[in-house]
Design a protein around this ligand. Sequence first.
Ligand code: NDP
Length: 283
Amino acid sequence: MSDQNFRAILTGSFSTPCKDNPTGAMIEAAWKSDGTNARYVNCDVKPENLATAVAGAKAMEWVGFNCSMPHKVSVIQHLDGVTDAAELIGAVNCVSISDGKLTGDNTDGKGFLESLKSVTDPAGKRVLLLGAGGAARAIAVELGLAGAASVAIASRDVSKAEEIAKLLAENTKSEASALPWDGDIDVPQDIEILINATPVGLGDAEAMPDVNVETLGGVEIVADVIFNPPKTRLLRTAAEKGCTTLDGLGMLVNQGVIGVEQWMGKKPDAQVMADTLKDIFGA
Ligand code: NDP
């Protein structure tokens, strides 16, 4: 019998469209650097093929996979269970497969929190979150669980912000509120952390969320979920006003680290992952 092992550990991602997703490139760079024989396959899976793709991953004994748009909610019906955070958020972006059982988690908010903790402890902080979609919901829940003093959610559709505020009020100790967002929003003076969780800025370095920039000066930290390009106009403007800024690359790296650790019980090298993304996006 040979000691050699030609069988790679298999993971990947199911989404559509998937061609702009750099997660596989960053994770495989880390595996290459430490000699791990594993693959991350970025798969374009249409909604009507999700069930077959999940069954395929299970049949091929993948250790896990990520789910991105549009499968973050619909994948839940194909799983054996979800974590408490995914249950609260109502969406799954990371599935672990162990002993044939599929468990869904949501690492969007956890990845953001890890990144935020590199510049501040969110406990006791007052936060304004722009947007009320999937990323905002995941970030709001994790901020609440991390003990933020207050989380205000601003949305063009205030009913979506109210839904997240209700979720926080019922499940965390944070004070939660919803703000209508119509035109340039004034950042309230007591806000310490401002987070853009809208797609504004994605693929467009000049796009700017509707924010009154004159009210940015008092904010301690301005963060963006956008990773391409990483230096968004919001972050450049905030830096000019003296705020500490945090780009979306850290969130992307950290959720990759968390996912791989859940699948394989071993953290990949976050620095190799960050450097790979910086190369890809010219940061
Ligand atoms: P969703 O579509 O679920 O939500 C988007 C939210 O942004 C909605 O509340 C939407 O409001 C709002 N919005 C969109 N355009 C505008 C606008 N012009 N002005 C004000 N509000 C706006 O998307 P996700 O939450 O899943 O993702 C948001 C962004 O986060 C994406 O660009 C994604 O790439 C990024 N992301 C980054 C990650 C990372 O690792 N860095 C991880 C996950 C996501 P409305 O309902 O009114 O349209």
